[in-house]
Write a protein that binds this ligand. Structure first.
Ligand code: COA
Length: 384
């Protein structure tokens, strides 16, 4: 396998973009990444997206994006893996370059959710769950996460307020991110007093819907000057679990995250102690806790301890959601995995401004599709 480097990044603000279409959002991020990479042509394009068929009545995003950005006739395809679509597309692009088949790849993650009323988006998001065994019985995606959180609180003795610091930390970091959906800090009391969405998940436990796109250009490292400092993909791994939660032997463990993280650590030749920044999938605060545990930063059931003790802050043992995370930067589902990559690249390039972590060579992203059923982990490394 060849070494692969990220040579350009681009992103749009996550917002309610009434004035921008799906193709305009994707194009804005893609052309920014290509401009930074100083390339006018790419060999192939991978588009991460979950909901366009249902919410925008637009499938076929590979052709649409290629044409819109002036790359007509280029090999291009959409990749769908629920909320981990962005990272699945990144992994496909990484493998294409690493294999030697192509030299320069564009990966775009795009999602436009706010054109649809929340009831329709809730129905669309539920397609990530098991239609026969979960959704048919009336469960929404938030409800599935609420069931996991309820059980977790029962098994380990946590109160719902013990999850507050995950949201407070994310919002505090998003204040400094011009691309974030919510640039406002929250307090413990605003967490406690926020409306209940689906007991025990309240508004501040949940990520918001939003529109946005992020993009990266990947290239074979051989194409860069030999003494250039670069950000390379040191680990890339994905794993699946049962799509329905009830089929899992340990529903409070993210087994697919454990497997994909372990493999990514092995590929990079490192362990959790070497990771300087972790962009995890805090779609709900319970997923933040489970992701930290699966990645080896806390024992099962002890994720909230890291948050309560301040270890997830910029100055803590394992900084997370350093640009606001899904909770406050926002979660345009199929684009999220690429936002995570873009953010770790900015951290490793020391371009993270007020939320810069100190001097680390490795950063990790973890993108969760479904309620833990398809999990993609990447480790990026700074090489000087
Ligand atoms: N966190 C903080 N504030 C939020 C928020 C969130 N997650 N979602 C909405 N808000 C704010 C809005 O900014 C708005 O504030 P304002 O009145 O000051 O303008 C207010 O709450 C109401 O916003 P609205 O858009 O009407 O909320 P909603 O009730 O339609 O939707 C949720 C809120 C939480 C139900 C919706 O965002 C949701 O379904 N989130 C989960 C999405 C999901 O499951 N994603 C996949 C996970 S893998």
């Amino acid at each position: 396998m060849r070494e692969v480097a990220v040579i350009g990044i681009g992103q749009t603000k996550i917002d309610e973009h009434w004035d921008k279409s799906l193709r305009e959002l994707a194009g804005e991020a893609a052309l920014a990444a290509m401009a930074e990479a100083q390339v006018s042509h790419v060999d192939s394009i991978y588009v991460g997206n979950m909901l366009s068929d249902i919410s925008n009545l637009q499938a076929h995003l590979g052709s649409m994006v290629a044409d819109w950005i002036g790359q007509r006739f280029t090999d291009a395809v959409k990749i769908e893996s629920a909320c981990s679509s962005g990272s699945a597309a990144f992994r496909a692009g990484y493998l294409a370059v690493a294999s030697g088949e192509v030299d320069v790849v564009l990966v775009v993650g795009v999602e436009k959710m706010t054109d649809s009323p929340v009831s329709e988006i809730t129905t669309a998001l539920a397609t990530a769950a098991d239609a026969d065994w979960e959704v048919d019985h009336g469960l929404s995606f938030v409800a599935l996460n609420a069931l996991i959180m309820k059980r977790y609180m029962y098994e380990y003795g946590w109160q719902s307020t013990d999850f507050a610091e995950f949201a407070i930390n994310a919002h505090a970091n998003a204040v400094h991110n011009p691309y974030a959906r919510f640039r406002k800090a929250i307090t413990e009391s605003s967490f406690k007093n926020s409306p209940m969405i689906c007991d025990p998940i309240n508004l501040m436990d949940a990520s918001p819907v939003g529109d946005g796109a992020a993009a990266v250009v990947l290239a074979c490292s051989d194409m860069l000057p030999s003494n250039a400092s670069k950000i390379i993909v040191a680990g890339s791994s994905a794993a699946t679990d049962s799509i329905a939660i009830h089929s899992r032997k340990a529903p409070l463990r993210l087994s697919a995250a454990e497997l994909s993280t372990q493999k990514a650590y092995e590929q990079a030749g490192i362990g959790p102690q070497d990771i300087g920044v972790f962009e995890y999938h805090d779609a709900f605060t319970i997923m933040a806790a489970l992701s930290l545990e699966a990645a080896g930063f806390a024992e099962p059931g002890q994720g909230p301890v890291l948050a309560k003790e301040g270890e997830i802050k910029i100055t803590g043992r394992i900084p997370v959601a350093t640009f606001g995370g899904l909770k406050a930067r926002g979660h345009p589902v199929g684009a999220t995995g690429i936002y995570q990559i873009v953010e770790v690249v900015q951290q490793l390039q020391e371009k993270a401004g007020k939320t810069q972590v100190t001097n680390h060579d490795f950063g990790m992203t973890q993108n969760i599709g479904g309620s833990g059923s398809n999990i993609v982990t990447h480790i990026l490394k700074r090489v000087n």
